[in-house]
Design a protein around this ligand. Structure first.
Ligand SMILES: NC(=O)c1ccc[n+]([C@@H]2O[C@H](COP(=O)([O-])OP(=O)(O)OC[C@H]3O[C@@H](n4cnc5c(N)ncnc54)[C@H](O)[C@@H]3O)[C@@H](O)[C@H]2O)c1
Length: 332
């Protein structure tokens, strides 16, 4: 059973993007951990959904409030800080799909949300006496390389990565009263209440479950990439919150492990049985070698525990339950 620890100092936690894939798991984790705290979820529900926070919300109505608002609406954000006594912010709200953000129009939205609104949010948080601000940046701030460290050169290839990196400028606002920690998670995988399957492990698991062909870029089979299990992502955020005095004004890469497509396919096959693989013999940007080093965070005590197999098994369980639910609905 998960350790339950009440941190009395945290009264109200604002989770932006809390109705999304990672946010819904973070809200669940916060409710378990900080049983005396109130969670305010702010999300414009462009990608997130109220039902993703639903289970947490229904079980703890007095502890979770969902506000549908756009991060770019400065007045509304200010009102949220005026109405609530927020002392901690976990900032996850963002335009996320890395490669669509290079399209004209989407790149502008990405700039406004991932960069400008991040700076404004942090400025307002500081103005209204928030003590801790955890910002989830991304490994997309790097481009190509192996075992990339936090201080290594950054040349993001997507507007998403570029504006995530610019959002990290909030570190300049940090001081003894306003503590800021920036996390750079690797590609996140695994089941959450807001489960989505746009990235490779989740996508392969879903396609394998339904017996669909798995598109695999041949040249990418043996290239290592860094991944972060969703449970480790939640754990990393809690770890940052609980060690904020030591981590203030710092950036940390966060990953569970590095692996390649061949290994992912082997584990997916172990869980789902023989796969129908469509090997594609053409170049793709995701074939780049791209791993990060998690040494800095590990050396400060962070211990990832998510494994490829356990998270894929959880996805299978979830898809199984969802299937049953659909069948049940047919009965009525
Ligand atoms: N998924 C990954 O692999 C991954 C990896 C590294 C970092 N991240 C970061 O983690 C965070 C959460 O990502 P996710 O995968 O859960 O994506 P997601 O799209 O599921 O979550 C983002 C949430 O932000 C909300 N949002 C978008 N624009 C908004 C706006 N203008 N105002 C208010 N809310 C808005 C969306 O509705 C969504 O619920 C993001 O900051 C992302 O950059 C994700």
């Amino acid at each position: 059973m998960a350790e339950v620890k009440e941190i009395k100092e945290i009264k109200e936690i604002l989770v932006t993007g809390g109705a999304g894939y990672i946010g819904s798991a973070v809200v669940e984790g916060l409710l378990k951990r900080y049983i005396g705290s109130k969670i305010v979820v702010l999300d414009n529900l462009s990608k997130g959904k109220i039902e993703f926070v639903g289970p947490a919300f229904l079980n703890c109505k007095d502890k979770v409030e969902i506000i549908k608002a756009d991060l770019r609406d400065e007045n509304v954000i200010e009102e949220v800080f005026q109405r609530h006594k927020i002392d901690t912010v976990i900032h996850l709200g963002a335009i996320v799909d890395a490669f669509t953000t290079n399209r004209p129009g989407k790149d502008l939205e990405c700039k406004q949300v991932n960069y400008e609104a991040t700076i404004t949010l942090a400025e307002l948080a500081k103005k209204y006496g928030v003590g801790v601000f955890v910002y989830q940046s991304s490994v997309s701030v790097y481009s190509v390389g192996e075992e990339l460290k936090e201080e290594d050169e950054k040349s993001p290839i997507s507007a998403y990565g570029q504006y995530k990196l610019m959002g990290e400028k909030i570190l300049e606002l940090a001081d003894g009263d306003f503590k800021v920690v920036v996390l750079r998670p690797a590609t996140v995988f695994g089941y959450s209440p807001g489960f989505r399957y746009e990235t490779v492990i989740n996508l392969f698991a879903v396609r394998a479950f339904y017996g669909l062909k798995l598109p695999v870029f041949k040249q990418a089979l043996d290239n290592n990439k860094s991944y972060l299990g969703i449970h480790d992502n939640v754990k990393a955020i809690l770890f940052a919150l609980e060690n904020v005095d030591k981590f203030n004004q710092q950036v940390f890469n966060v990953l569970s492990f590095n692996t390649n497509l061949r290994n992912i396919l082997n584990v997916v096959e172990e869980v789902f049985g023989e796969l129908d693989i469509n090997l594609i013999d053409s170049a793709n940007v995701s074939q780049q070698v791209y791993t990060i080093s998690g040494e800095k965070f590990y050396n400060r005590g962070f211990k990832p525990t998510s494994s490829l197999k356990t998270e894929i098994l959880r996805i299978k369980k979830y898809l199984g339950e969802y299937g049953k639910m659909v069948d049940n609905q047919k009965l009525f």
